[in-house]
Design a protein around this ligand. Sequence first.
Ligand code: NAD
Length: 381
Amino acid sequence: MTKIKVGVVGTGFIGPAHIEALRRLPNVEVAALCEVTPELAAAKAAQLGIARSYTFDELLKQEDIQVVHICTPNFLHYTQSKAALLAGKHVVCEKPLAKDLHEAEELVELAAQTGLVNAVHFNLRYYPLARQMKAMRENGDLGDVYSIIGSYLQDWLFYETDYNWRLEPDKSGDSRAIADIGSHLMDIIEYITGLKTVSVLADFNTIHKTRKKPLKPVETYSGKMLQPEDYADVPINTEDHANVLLRFNNGNKGVITVSQVSAGRKNQLKLEIAGSKKTFAWNSEAPNELWLGNRDGYNEVVMRDPSLVYPDARSIITFPGGHNEGFPDTSKQLFKEVYAAVEAGKMPENPTFPTFADGYRELLICEKILESNRKQAWVEV
Ligand SMILES: NC(=O)c1ccc[n+]([C@@H]2O[C@H](COP(=O)([O-])OP(=O)(O)OC[C@H]3O[C@@H](n4cnc5c(N)ncnc54)[C@H](O)[C@@H]3O)[C@@H](O)[C@H]2O)c1
């Protein structure tokens, strides 16, 4: 079998997660990587067991590389995705697709012109029970959506000494918690319910108005090893915490909270979707269980088990019930669908995976959320 050759750009936290997931697909070979310097690229290639390392420009010149994964900080997504598409490569880009809406719009148009496969790594959709909720809603099991409560809570920026490029707007964009984790939440809510968010009312809070920036570079999640003399005080302008009221196109309403300063919440996306027939409740930190609330009968718990779910959800489950699947499996399942399109050589008419258009949609909502917070008023999407 000729394998599809891939180059991965950026190998901090999520790049290696892409590499591991890609290595679990039979038709894919991670052939090369690229880093911010050639020296780091060579070191990472040796560490990750990848034969070839390049600068970004060199990577795009490699004719045998068909697909490029962009796993760099947010401010690079637009220029790198654009260059990769122009070089004729299929592109899988991390979220958020770009730093602002104009960049995202251009990428959607360019991807459509080239006909190349384009995807955004909204991997949380690929928890099988998230797809089961979507399938249940499509099959009429949920009924009309009455209300949605969503939250995405983390604690890795809890201390004022926690620092990362995401705290710097020139690298992350004007929003932080909303762009970084709210993006997954806004994506998964519309994905599961099929509703469109039509207006938003946002209220942000920055708990740490200044933070202590390390004076030497550190990779994500490793800031706690530094000593006091290694820090400088810097002002922080982006949100640690945000509350957003949402109105949907069915006339009903919801609310989301995101925070990166909730002690003990490591990476918890939680959803409660109340419908006219039942309620779904699901938590990404216990992703193999879905709670179903009933008014006229016992409440139920669905276990992730391929024999118990709709075919659509079954298609993204590899292991039997009781053999738990988690975060690394979500990327594998997403890439499985993306690489079926790459094998076919073009975008499917109705892609099952998140595309650049979904990346644009999520940025649109995020921009409206930012605008609403600035104006302290409802803003239409
Ligand atoms: N889908 C998810 O669940 C998920 C999770 C984490 C991060 N992300 C996204 O992934 C992206 C990266 O986040 P991270 O946490 O891995 O960050 P990170 O800081 O850990 O890693 C970024 C890597 O990019 C490299 N890099 C920087 N500039 C580069 C350049 N010009 N060329 C090549 N490499 C370069 C850095 O050296 C670093 O290794 C972000 O956009 C983030 O939003 C998504």
